[in-house]
Structure formats: structure tokens, C-alpha cells
Design a protein around this ligand. Structure first.
Ligand code: TZP
Ligand code: MG
Length: 212
């Protein structure tokens, strides 16, 4: 049975970094205790996406952290990643499940309770819900209220992660909502020190009782 822990879910973004700097930031985040890592590349060719994902996979393997590929089931298979994350414009979870089988992790985005229930019914292993706060990382994203986040958490039985503009200074709004974890891009990727940023985010989430 596949096992994974979404409590500190780091999503990478190589925009603005040379490859060496990018990979060293990814490794620092892994040292800081991220529990699952998604590579998210929106403007690379397929072969570039695969080449970078292979390098990231070599790092995540060293730290025993599952690698999730954003958007692309083919890339996930090519690099033998542990899973894939699918949004509304990607392949459906049901179709991806047929291709990937039962052992790969399939995550889905959801912004409403019916949407969340549908992704769960199709076989999603976890959900990402947001954006909780405005973000510049994702274009054209609508905000999801903390009330909707709570309703989704209560409606499904798979882990639900909050995402969007989250950092150690603003996750207090999530206190008391039964999320499984926090997703962050900028708060870790763009931090002066991604390792201490990951550690600090995890410590704050623990302090608030959001994660163990
Ligand atoms: N989905 C909803 S918001 C978001 C995604 C991928 C981006 C989150 O990035 P950041 O930098 O943590 O706000
Ligand atoms: Mg997508």
C-alpha cells in the first residue's frame, strides 16, 4: 500500500533560477523537512521537464520523499515518479488511474465540495484546495474561502491540503480546520534560506496543531 505524508508539501518553481541554484534550493528544502515534493514546470518542453524531473528525483530519493509531477502523467511515468497532480485542465483522475495503476499517488485540485467529492470518487489520493490567499505563483487563480476548505475537509475522507500564498506568518487562519497539510511554493522556493524556511513553516504548523 502506498504511504505518503502531505504535512509539508513543497511545490518547486525553477523560474528565475539557474539549474544549479534551483537544485541546491530543492535540496535545502528537503533538508528542512518537506514531506512530499511536487515539481511544477509550466513553460518547459517535455524533454526539458523530464530531464529536470530526473535530477529532482535523484534528490528526493536521497531524502526518502515522494516526487509528484504536476500536470503530466507521461512525465511521471518517464521518470518513475511516485505520483502526479492533476487540475481541471489536465487528464481526469479516472483516466490517470487507468494508466498509472493503484500504486502511484494521484492528487487533484478542488475548489468546491461537489468537485472534491467527484475527484475522490474517481480515485484521487489527496486534494489540494486554494488559493487561500492571493498568489503570484499561479495565474488566474480564484480564492477559496476557509469555510469552503473546512467543508471540503469534512466531506471527503482523503487528505486535504491548503494552498495559496501560505507562509509561517499567515497560516493561523487555518487553525481548527482538519487539513492534512500545508502546500507552499514561494514561502520556501524564494526564501533566503529554503531549509530554515521549511523548518519554520513546519514548526509553526505544528504549533497551531495543524500537523503532527
Ligand atoms: N494552486 C493554487 S494556488 C497555487 C497553486 C499551484 C500557487 C501557490 O503558490 P504560493 O507561492 O505558495 O502562493
Ligand atoms: Mg495542472
Amino acid at each position: 500500500m502506498k504511504q505518503f505524508d502531505t504535512s509539508l508539501y513543497f511545490i518547486t518553481d525553477s523560474t528565475g533560477f539557474g539549474e544549479e541554484e534551483f537544485l541546491s534550493r530543492v535540496e535545502a528544502a528537503l533538508q528542512g523537512g518537506v514531506t512530499i515534493l511536487q515539481i511544477r514546470e509550466k513553460s518547459r518542453s517535455t524533454r526539458e521537464y523530464i530531464a529536470l524531473a530526473e535530477k529532482v528525483h535523484a534528490l528526493t530519493r536521497q531524502y526518502g520523499v515522494p516526487l509528484i509531477i504536476d500536470d503530466r502523467v507521461d512525465v511521471a511515468l518517464a521518470v518513475d515518479a511516485e505520483g502526479v497532480h492533476l487540475g481541471a485542465e489536465d487528464m481526469t483522475v479516472a483516466a490517470a488511474r487507468k494508466i498509472l495503476g493503484t500504486e502511484k499517488i494521484i492528487g487533484a485540485t478542488a475548489k468546491t465540495v461537489p468537485w472534491a467529492l467527484d475527484e475522490e470518487a474517481q480515485g484521487a489520493d489527496y486534494l489540494g484546495v486554494g488559493a487561500i490567499y492571493p498568489t503570484t505563483t499561479k495565474v488566474k487563480t480564484v480564492l477559496t474561502s476557509t469555510d469552503t476548505l473546512r467543508d471540503i475537509c469534512e466531506a471527503v475522507s482523503i487528505p486535504v491540503n491548503a494552498i495559496g500564498g501560505l507562509n509561517r506568518d499567515n497560516i493561523d487562519v487555518l487553525a481548527g480546520i482538519p487539513i492534512a497539510g500545508i502546500c507552499a511554493v514561494s514561502a520556501i522556493m524564494k526564501a533566503e534560506n529554503p531549509r530554515t524556511a521549511a523548518e519554520g513553516l513546519k514548526a509553526r504548523a505544528r504549533e497551531l496543531g495543524l500537523i503532527r
